[in-house]
Design a protein around this ligand. Structure first.
Ligand code: ADP
Length: 301
């Protein structure tokens, strides 16, 4: 089974021709409230593909909480470890301009309650999981409490990157990062190193810093994986990308599913690459994720 420890948000979408300048008011369209948050996105992606998933996170006491949880519920994610805390649910205000460029304001809200104490309250579920997944949208001490509780694999996606105890970065197995995040993690682990920009050199440098396995995602170029079996390129799935929002989270959900059923890292990443590409062909994050029934056979061929 998979436990995801992370954020649960509502995404509020605004489509505009261009982003407003400071002090300016513009007309936009959209206004949809969709379930989001990196933690919830990854949990939904894995559950839609058939994994047994438990979400450890928090929502607020407002009406938005039900929107935030809607897709998790539909996908059958276990919500018994979910906390309800006084105040607002996490909110991301996403402005999408005509050129596809996003600008996002995230208000942590209830996600801020996921401190070490609350994470430890879920210790039984965490210890029982084959794969424990976390991201960077809960407080630092909540993330830093995890390695001591995990008995399976710690799938760590430090996004957004924050200052973390190096021991927590080195406990990642795998660490899953895009190129930007890889650069920031390397700068933390080896401030004196001039960071490489070539993908192969980047994963090698992360391994040299003591990280057992690494998955570097490369957008339309697929991914690179590195573990004890060596470094392998993971091919992209060619698609007509419509909206890449949440594609990285779909990739991680599928990667967790693969590892939970015993696939090796490269096999899990090949599935993840197809699922990430699929998610880029539909609008939004969770609404664009594939389900096992209709699409997984095609995704695995
Ligand atoms: P992030 O959004 O976190 O920066 P990436 O852009 O690296 O992550 O995308 C994550 C994964 O999603 C990629 O490894 C790939 O599998 C898939 N993906 C993203 N964009 C595309 C695209 N345009 N075409 C095909 N696959 C894509």
């Amino acid at each position: 089974s998979i436990v995801v420890v992370g954020s649960v948000n509502v995404d509020l979408l605004a489509q505009v021709r261009r982003h407003p300048a400071p002090g300016e008011t513009l007309h936009g369209t959209g206004g949809q409230m969709l379930p989001g948050g990196k933690g919830a996105n990854q949990a939904v992606a894995a559950a839609r593909l058939g994994a047994r998933v438990t979400m450890v996170g928090a929502v607020g006491t407002d009406a938005q909480a039900e929107v935030a949880l809607s897709a998790l519920r539909e996908a059958g994610v276990d919500l018994t470890r979910l906390a309800e805390v006084e105040g607002p649910t996490g909110l991301a205000i996403v402005t999408v301009a005509e050129d596809g460029e996003n600008s996002i304001v995230v208000i942590a809200g209830a996600n801020d309650a996921m401190d070490a104490e609350r994470v430890r309250a879920a210790r039984e579920a965490i210890a029982a999981a084959r794969i424990v997944v976390c991201q960077g949208e809960i407080p630092r001490d909540g993330i830093e409490a995890l390695p001591a509780l995990v008995t399976g694999r710690f799938l760590h996606n430090p996004a957004p990157v924050m200052e973390l105890d190096p021991a927590v970065l080195r406990a990642s197995d795998p660490l899953v990062v895009n190129q930007h995040e890889a650069g920031l993690v390397l700068a933390q682990l080896a401030p004196d190193l001039s960071a490489p920009t070539d993908p192969g050199a980047m994963v090698r440098a992360l391994q040299t810093q003591g990280i057992a396995s690494v998955v570097l995602t490369l957008g339309a170029d697929g991914a690179r994986v590195a573990d004890a079996d060596g470094i392998q390129p993971i091919p992209p799935a060619p698609v007509d990308a419509v909206d890449t929002t949440g594609a990285g989270d779909a990739f991680i959900g599928a990667l967790a599913l693969g590892l939970a059923r015993g696939d090796d890292l490269a096999t899990a990443a090949r599935l993840a690459s197809r699922v990430g590409a699929f998610a880029a062909t539909g609008e939004g994050a969770q609404p664009s994720y594939p389900s096992a029934d209709d699409t997984l056979p095609a995704l695995q061929e």
